[in-house]
Design a protein around this ligand. Sequence first.
Ligand code: ZN
Length: 313
Amino acid sequence: MTSSLFSMSADEPSRQLGFAGNRLDRLSENRAEDALETALAAPDARLLVSRGGRVVLKVNGEGFEPWFGVAESAAAGARLEHAVLLGWDRGTPVLAAPGGIEPDDLPDGLKAIDHRSVYVQGLLDEPTLGALAQGASLLAWNASHRFCGRCGAKTVMRIGGYKRVCTGCEAQLFPRTDPVAIMLAVREEKCLLGRSPHFPPGMYSCLAGFIEPGETIEDAVRRETFEESGIRIGRVAYHASQPWPFPHSLMIGCFGEALTEEIDADREELEDCRWFSRQEVIGIIAGTHPDGILMPPPGAIASHLVRAWAQQR
Ligand SMILES: [Zn+2]
């Protein structure tokens, strides 16, 4: 009985996605009010420095090194008073701090690279990419919640960045994660992919959209697919999720069983939307599609959904 509940999870799909490799021990139940100060005082503490969606990396002969010691982080412009505590790696505190230096003004040997390029080009290992996603999302949330939405007074950071407290009315604010449904609609031997006008030439991907308040994941999959493509979806199956730090989303990947075939695409959102046969998709994955059609990078959940379907027996 129990085994049927978990029949799909022998090799957890989420584990194979970019930004999903975070291995830090968050110890969330142990975060003290002064967790940040304690962590920064540890001699072996290390941190990432990020500013405006770009992480500061040390450039060396072999590649890029993202980790700084606390004292060393001054060269990268780390603003330690606004740092957040990500967790611990075998007892070592791991943090992320906002940078205070414009990319062009960084000293020699340091370079700021945008998070998307770091991910697409595979510049960092998976556990570091996971920590980067956590830090980027937490820093972005703290930076955008410096004032209380209830009374307008300043807020101050607590417990390492996982809470802000209003200095006027004592309201407590907690970090948010925005759920996005991303889905592959499938029908018999074909699947539905769309092309947004801002995609690179030739790229097609899954449809996606924010889950709205009061909506289930399944209903969001059905609504978004219908709004963007005119296709009606019946059953929905969850497949995998991916932290997506632009700025603090969680992509929830699903398969949707298409009940209709006639596409009526939303031309505001999509430049094109069409059905692809399984054979065509196998060609796209192999990079041999006659029209040069491409998919998002392999670590992207959209790519993962399409591959999982195409390889299914
Ligand atoms: Zn307030």
